[in-house]
Design a protein around this ligand. Structure first.
Ligand SMILES: NC(=O)c1ccc[n+]([C@@H]2O[C@H](COP(=O)([O-])OP(=O)(O)OC[C@H]3O[C@@H](n4cnc5c(N)ncnc54)[C@H](O)[C@@H]3O)[C@@H](O)[C@H]2O)c1
Length: 453
């Protein structure tokens, strides 16, 4: 139906018509947007007002209208922002400002709606080949003096496709793709007999997961196998690796201490020898324990940084050549939200994770031309032994009464995340579903980092 997103009554009518036709509304995608490509001070007031009205006010009105119908819990709002919302882009001044506004609106809505169980996130694609980009190509090329495609190739490797931007271009933009993909998914899910017929997302791929004996690594190994991958369960604890592998169909176990260059190299060599190649590497092994900076000796610093940072470097150093030799693939670094914010008592851990994020970005650019994508998952507090075993230490060192750590987590994240939730993101990043995601942090924290309060 026709709907002008600058009109509250149009949006309310669209939501009502959806509810009348389908009995409810579960997902609201605020995708409508426009751009103006001009030097900032050539923008007219009219340009500026129109961009803000459609891109920012339209997103706010869309969320507001949807709120009346979205289920609580379970409703989902997806706002379409842009890479330009995360960093200023010359010639796109008002557009950048509007998309930054969408990011902040998303964060505020996510935080305020946390108690309702409605989740709100924003997608921030780089240049995607839709009519919007077709329109701006000649303008950018003329103003900058470099062909647009050359610029895009230099910065992004290539222009993405609407399907990758998470929708598929049509009308001709991302919005239509969201709709088409949903229809395709429904059609694929139904075989003539009504049974599920979806092929695994990682069919035919070989994956190594380090530190996979338990916790998040174990959940990732299980999820990868569930999507059709052949998984090598690796851990410093050989018994644990074997036990976990024995419960996963088609998996094998290889012991490896990620601090050892020799062992990581051998892990990759053995995997390629046993399975004929390697497409996915998940440097997941990590340790962490609370120690105040001024009580931390160098040995403790190295104990944590050698596993959490050196170990990731070694996995990339030896995993990437094998992935390249196997025709390309993905590296999924298990990082942490502590990479983005200082965290008391785990200074060594947080510094190592910030290093992992930096390595992720550098590797993503160095390896892009060779067909290897490198991304990072940044979980908040996840209920694994790594956290449950040190809650008491945090409480003692921070002077909290017993049990308060759980309350702090509830206040910050709503609840603890689960290893299975991290695994779902790790599946996405290893699969072609994320084919245009590279060098990016994928945060999973229940909204913790969205809010300053
Ligand atoms: N649990 C959380 O809240 C959380 C949050 C953000 C990020 N992470 C990260 O997720 C990853 C997994 O954490 P988890 O919560 O599952 O921890 P966990 O303690 O439950 O499991 C860690 C696994 O790593 C293995 N390991 C430890 N040192 C190793 C080494 N030198 N070489 C190989 N394997 C080694 C352990 O044997 C264990 O099986 C870590 O990188 C961690 O930093 C965890």
């Amino acid at each position: 139906m026709a709907c002008d997103v600058t009109s509250a009554s149009d949006l309310e009518a669209a939501v009502q018509a959806t509810v009348d036709a389908f009995g409810g509304l579960d997902i609201m995608v605020n995708n409508a947007g426009i751009e103006v490509v001009k030097p900032l001070f050539h923008h007219t007031e009219e340009d500026f007002d129109r961009i803000m009205a459609i891109n920012v006010k339209g997103t706010w009105l869309g969320m507001k209208a949807a709120m009346a119908a979205l289920p609580q819990p379970g409703g989902v709002i997806v706002n379409m922002s842009s890479l330009a919302g995360l960093g200023g882009v010359p010639l796109f001044g008002a557009y950048s400002a509007s998309k930054a506004g969408v990011v902040q609106l998303t964060r505020c809505a996510a935080t305020e709606l946390k108690p309702t169980g409605i989740r709100v996130n924003a997608v921030c694609p780089a240049f995607i080949a839709t009519a919007m980009v077709d329109r701006l190509k000649p303008i950018v090329s003329e103003i900058v003096g470099v062909p647009f495609d050359d610029l895009a190739a230099m910065k992004q490797g290539r222009v993405g496709t609407p399907e990758e931007g998470s929708g598929d271009g049509g009308l001709p933009g991302l919005g239509r793709i969201f709709v088409l993909q949903r229809r395709r998914l429904r059609a694929r899910r139904r075989s003539p007999g009504g049974d599920a017929v979806m092929a695994g997302l990682l069919e035919g791929k070989v994956a190594i997961v380090t530190g996979a004996g338990k916790g998040i690594g174990k959940a990732i190994a299980e999820a990868y196998a569930g999507e059709g991958a052949t998984v090598v369960v690796s851990d410093i604890d050989e018994g644990l690796a074997k036990e976990t592998a024995s419960r996963i169909s088609g998996a094998s176990a290889i012991a490896c201490d990620v601090r050892s260059e020799e062992q990581v190299k051998s892990l990759v060599d053995q995997t390629v020898a046993q399975h004929g190649g390697l497409q996915i590497m998940v440097p997941n092994a990590g340790i962490g324990r609370p120690v105040p900076l001024l009580g931390m000796d160098y040995e403790e610093w190295r104990a944590v940084t050698s596993v959490n940072l050196d170990g990731v470097f070694l996995c990339i150093r030896y995993g990437a050549p094998a992935i390249i030799a196997s025709g390309g693939g993905a590296i999924v670094n298990i990082c942490s939200i502590t990479a983005q914010a200082g965290t008391p008592l785990i200074g060594h851990y947080a510094a190592a994770k910030a290093g992992v994020m930096s390595l992720t970005q550098t590797a993503s650019v160095e390896l892009r031309a060779q067909g290897v994508r490198v991304n990072a998952v940044l979980p908040g507090f996840i209920e694994t032994e790594m956290v449950t075993s040190v809650k008491g230490d945090f409480e003692r060192l921070l002077g909290f009464p017993d049990g308060q750590f759980d309350q702090v987590i509830a206040m910050k994240q709503g609840r603890y995340g689960t290893a299975e939730e991290v695994a779902k993101m790790a599946v996405f990043l290893a699969s072609d579903r994320s084919s245009f995601s590279n060098g990016s942090p994928f945060v999973l924290d229940g909204g913790c980092r969205a809010s300053l309060l």
